[in-house]
Design a protein around this ligand. Structure first.
Ligand code: FAD
Length: 320
């Protein structure tokens, strides 16, 4: 039986691995990979599709997402973390030890840290993947500063889209919200804040059919009217998808308490409804969604797992 099994190798999982490794708990990290279904959970997580991270402390010149992940991975390995490039397909948290199924069978653990993250929902239109990190983004807090004095569109109509649009007006003289309907589903306060912001305008009843570029960067979007199907081009240098996130929690359904939108329900100490199972990072946080907050939660979950193991030892349920 492993003392600690960590699911995920983004900043939350790797920070948990550094802390539990230094505490000599020999953590095993399931880094991600292909599910049996063929779905890919990218090892390293969301930072692997991030070119420039400028807001992670300790990197005054910035750092690329993949380099940040690689540094964290090396740091965890230095303290004895064992990395497996696999996903967990199934869990059984009904008894002790906790059980998890990887591709080659079940593993047992005294504590589990769930750090499986969340993925932004992308628009799924032509040109979007091609221009990711070259004008297309899903995080204004992360990338807004790269669009200073540029014209951008934000796609969506919920609270996230309103927040992203308002935030972007710090940098951008004109932010256009593209929304498929003729009213926002965001809360009234948030919607009003956007509608009253002189830097924000709205393209109602429109969807982005294509992200257009010059081969290097985004130069505009092709909008299609949801009212009459007419198509027209709209010039901009940035496109922010703000249509929500999908937490990676399918394997925990029926095993962990989840919110209606799929995020893991945690207590203030990152406990879940199952003793010994903790969650950290974007999988349980839809408010901050930053590498540094995910890393902070990874640290918290690791320290809580350590305390839980002490209690199990004191109760005679596991050896030292
Ligand atoms: C384009 C983009 C740019 C960003 N830029 C910045 C930025 O500049 N600054 C910043 O602070 N934040 C940025 N972010 C946000 C940041 O990347 C996330 O907040 C952070 O990565 C969350 O970390 P996490 O460890 O919780 O989850 P993730 O990074 O999502 O990692 C989840 C991990 O879980 C694994 N996994 C999933 N399911 C399973 C399973 N069943 N079994 C095993 N493993 C599994 C995945 O493979 C992955 O390793 C950006 C995000 C995006 C998408």
């Amino acid at each position: 039986m492993h003392k600690v099994v960590i699911l995920g190798s983004g900043p939350a999982g790797l920070t948990a691995a550094i802390y539990t490794g230094r505490a000599l708990l020999e953590p095993v990290v399931f880094e991600g990979g292909f599910h049996d279904t063929g779905e890919l959970m990218t090892p390293g997580g969301q930072l692997m599709i991030t070119t420039e991270v400028e807001n992670f402390p300790g990197f005054p010149e910035g750092v690329t997402g993949p380099e940040l992940v690689e540094r964290c991975r090396k740091q965890a390995q230095r303290f004895g973390a064992v990395h497996r490039d696999e996903v967990i397909e199934e869990v059984d948290f009904s008894g002790f030890p906790l059980r998890l199924r990887a591709s080659d069978g079940w593993v047992e653990a005294a504590t589990v840290i769930v750090a499986t993250g969340a993925n932004a929902r992308w628009l799924g239109c032509k040109g979007e993947t091609e221009y990711q990190n070259r004008g297309v983004s899903a995080c204004a807090t992360c990338d807004g500063a790269f669009f200073k004095d540029m014209e951008v569109v934000v796609v969506g109509g919920g609270d996230t889209a309103m927040e992203e649009a308002n935030f972007l007006t710090r940098y951008c003289p004109r932010v256009t919200i593209v929304h498929r309907r003729d009213s926002f589903r965001a809360s009234k306060t948030m919607a009003q804040r956007s509608l009253q912001n002189p830097r924000i305008s709205v393209q109602w009843n429109a969807v982005v059919d294509e992200v257009v570029g010059d081969g290097r960067r985004v130069t505009g979007v092709r909008l299609r009217s949801t009212a009459d199907d007419s198509v027209r081009d709209f010039a901009c240098q940035g496109v922010f998808a703000a249509i929500g996130h999908e937490p990676n929690t399918k394997v925990f359904r029926g095993h962990l308490d989840l919110h209606d939108d799929g995020y893991v329900r945690v207590g203030p100490r990152l406990t879940t409804n199952v003793a010994g199972v903790f969650a950290a990072g974007d999988v349980c946080d839809k408010r901050y969604r930053q590498a540094i907050t995910a890393a902070g939660m990874g640290c918290m979950a690791a320290l809580e797992a350590e305390k839980h193991l002490d209690e199990l030892v004191a109760a005679g349920r596991i050896g030292h």
